[in-house]
Design a protein around this ligand. Structure first.
Ligand SMILES: [Zn+2]
Length: 88
């Protein structure tokens, strides 16, 4: 990824998952890119683990704003990158 905008993440099939850093909580949830884009704009940049979505990000379980965000590459299945295993 060159430009880590929300639009490029979505186009690339990436997923963003937020993890609550509160030890007693441990809540994790996938972020809805469509919701983020609607709130922040498609050109908003994902800056890595400290991404705060403009301060909107809070744990939905305990309310903590101490959240780590990670991005996950697509599995490859959608793009047929594992196609050779299936003889395609
Ligand atoms: Zn939490």
């Amino acid at each position: 990824m060159n430009a880590n905008t929300l639009a490029s993440l979505k186009a690339g099939g990436y997923r963003l998952v937020a993890y609550c850093n509160e030890r007693h909580c441990g809540h994790a949830a996938e972020l809805d890119l469509d919701v983020l884009i609607a709130a922040l704009g498609a050109g908003a940049r994902y800056k890595g683990p400290r991404f705060r979505a403009g301060g909107h990000l809070k744990c939905s379980k305990c309310g903590s704003a101490d959240v780590t965000v990670t991005h996950h590459a697509p599995s490859g299945y959608e793009k047929g990158q594992v196609g050779d295993k299936w003889g395609v």
